[in-house]
Design a protein around this ligand. Structure first.
Ligand SMILES: Cc1cc2nc3c(=O)[nH]c(=O)nc-3n(C[C@H](O)[C@H](O)[C@H](O)COP(=O)(O)OP(=O)(O)OC[C@H]3O[C@@H](n4cnc5c(N)ncnc54)[C@H](O)[C@@H]3O)c2cc1C
Length: 591
């Protein structure tokens, strides 16, 4: 039986090790203490395990349905019940500002809640994930009326929000967006176009949906510079929030997908739909990045969510399934497969990688909190640089690892992993989307090397590497028996990252193709170095001897499974592989 238990202790330890106390010491969180956060984690952990997780398989087997005549999309009743348990418990607005009815808690707390939600039912968790992004976008960029009317309804969960970027010809390249927004002269716009792949674009879980739509005003600049964000509600609303007429935005079809079957992925058609501008004209990419950056981090944590649940399932299966004899045993008695050394190695790898991904994503959330609330402007600016640098790592590395972990957990189920009844196949199918949406992982790698490293002259990355070096120097002083191979592996990873960074900065002008050929490997190198450092810091800060011994053992595993591979990745990161010559392309490259 596949049941989920919220890993509260691991979550709490991870939060503390990445700097929760520093965040709580800021005046913005004066009223928040560690006990309140513990209560939130435990309270939501119980909801995730008892109310949400039992709906996961049902949602997978009974996807939402569209009635083409009415355009209505319906989800199974028990999934709707799980959503209601979530919103009625007040879990949706944990980190939203108190002035809008939110809990005013640090974002790392809502990220931890999102992690548990994603373990319990990833497809359903996408709905609040996008709603929280929409809340942040409107709070930061919206006008007074939009903030006053819309934000509290998104916070209390009576409305939801969507993100409408993708079109048939505009995926990774949003400059190709064709949807138009034409001014009507009374401050409103008529939006026309088709958006595809829109997550939770239509449903009846709430009374209204606000679509945040990237569109261009006719006659404006080409490319991304001519894009703006428009708020297009499913139902128009008055100043007091009461609903008016149905808007001309309709779900035309639902996608049939590999995984996350419980999430309706909609083709949305806008036909003279009435919308209002959010922010200034032609600032759409900046505004959308408010939502996308949060969503990228939240997608990153899905790798942890699914890794954690896959681990729990694999551990349970490995202790139940008997096969083969214990190594060196004379008895012919079959043993549980967890007795086999290679099964244990794989479980330890998954366990360690879940920890590493959790630390990386939570550290990103902490940087976001410090960037928003520290009193000293220099501290805020440094934290913003750190958050910007870590976001693509948290999104791409953690989701790639999520796929790898789900695959490893499936493998541990043998043939029973490939058939559906154990439930592990759903983990693998569900997590496969995470490296694709919210900017594919290749786009994250390009963002890292071009914007976050080359454009800033390597400043944010050098600050990070210097901090890692300081941790390495002091690791011995605190009496931590860190495995020597881990320490030297981390040292050499720092050197590799430094060398590749210098090369990328120096080569960018003359040979950007070579730098971009190495982008994915570069991201992996930086992520592994950062995650390894965060594991080391956690081990150093751990006071409980048993927990510290576990951390030390995980450093050894992390070295063997991740750090040790860094030198071999450096060649491709340096753009040294002859990819063009290696390919048999059907025709010449278009340049
Ligand atoms: C289930 C699901 C839910 C989604 N939800 C939403 C949503 O709610 N809202 C929304 O707006 N969109 C959503 N999307 C769309 C998603 O964000 C896009 O699919 C994604 O950004 C990739 O765009 P694309 O599919 O057009 O692929 P393409 O852009 O065509 O990419 C194809 C391949 O080429 C690579 N590639 C493209 N350009 C480059 C480049 N410059 N350098 C290197 N490699 C490149 C990509 O990495 C990828 O491997 C969703 C998609 C799915 C499948």
């Amino acid at each position: 039986m596949d049941t989920y238990r919220a890993p509260i202790d691991a979550i709490r330890r991870a939060m503390r090790s990445v700097g929760l106390e520093d965040v709580l010491s800021m005046p913005a969180y004066a009223g928040v203490d560690a006990e309140t956060i513990d209560a939130v984690l435990e309270g939501f952990g119980a909801v995730a395990a008892d109310a949400i997780s039992p709906t996961d398989q049902h949602g997978d087997e009974h996807p939402p349905t569209l009635d083409p005549a009415s355009g209505r999309v319906q989800v199974p009743e028990i999934v709707a019940g799980a959503f209601a348990a979530y919103t009625s418990g007040g879990w949706n607005g944990l980190s939203a500002p108190a002035e809008f009815g939110g809990g005013g808690l640090p974002s790392v707390v809502s990220l931890a809640v999102h992690e548990m939600f994603g373990s319990a039912n990833m497809a359903l968790s996408l709905n609040p994930m996008l709603t929280q992004g929409a809340t942040e976008l409107i709070d930061r960029w919206g006008d007074e009326r939009q903030r006053r009317v819309v934000v509290p309804r998104l916070v209390d969960g009576s409305w939801t929000g969507t993100m409408n970027l993708t079109e048939p010809d505009a995926g990774s390249d949003l400059g190709a967006v064709r949807t138009t927004a034409t001014p009507t002269g009374d401050g409103r716009y008529l939006v026309n176009g088709t958006k595809i792949f829109i997550t939770w674009g239509e449903h009846e879980l709430t009374e209204n949906i606000v679509h945040l739509v990237l569109a261009r005003t006719p006659g404006g600049p080409e490319g991304t510079r001519g894009l703006s964000v428009y708020l297009v509600p499913k139902f128009a609303f008055a100043d007091d929030g009461s609903l008016r007429e149905r808007n001309r935005v309709w779900c035309r079809s639902l996608e049939h997908k590999l995984g996350i079957h419980g999430s309706p992925t909609c083709v949305m058609e806008f036909t003279d739909a009435v919308g209002e501008l959010v922010g200034e004209l032609n600032t759409g990419m900046g505004a959308m990045f408010t939502m996308m950056n949060l969503a990228r981090l939240a997608v990153g944590v899905q790798g942890v969510s699914v890794g954690e649940r896959s681990l729990q399932q694999a551990l349970a299966y490995a202790t139940e399934r008997t096969q083969g004899r214990a190594v060196g045993a004379r008895s012919s008695q079959a043993v549980a497969i967890v007795e086999h050394p290679d099964v244990r190695r794989s479980l330890a790898d998954i366990q360690t990688t879940v920890d590493a991904g959790r630390l990386l994503t939570y550290a990103t959330a902490i940087a976001i909190d410090v960037a928003a609330h520290a009193e000293d402007p220099e501290v805020r600016a440094a934290a913003q640089r750190r958050a910007d640098l870590l976001t693509p790592l948290a999104k791409a590395w953690t989701t790639d690892q999520g796929v790898r972990m789900a695959s490893a957990a499936l493998q541990l189920h043998g043939g029973m992993g490939y058939v559906e009844e154990t439930g592990i196949a759903q983990r693998y199918r569900d997590i496969r989307i995470a490296p694709i949406y919210e900017g594919t992982n290749a786009i994250q790698a390009i963002d890292l090397v071009s914007r976050k490293v080359v454009r800033d002259g390597g400043r944010a990355l050098s600050e990070l590497l210097e901090e890692i070096e300081r941790s390495l120097e002091s690791a011995g002083d605190v009496g931590l028996a860190a495995p020597p191979e881990f320490l030297s592996g981390l040292e050499s990873a720092i050197r590799v990252v430094s060398d590749v960074t210098q090369w990328a900065i120096g080569s960018w002008e003359a040979d950007p193709r070579a730098v971009l050929t190495g982008a994915t490997a570069f991201l992996e190198l930086v992520a592994v170095t950062t995650a390894g450092w965060l594991l080391l810091r956690q081990a150093v800060r751990e006071r409980d001897p048993a927990a510290r011994a576990r951390c030390t053992a995980r450093l050894r595993t992390f070295h063997a499974e991740h750090l040790d591979r860094c030198p071999s990745r450096s060649q491709i990161a340096l753009g040294a592989s002859s990819v063009d010559a290696a390919l048999d392309l059907p025709g010449p490259l278009s340049r």
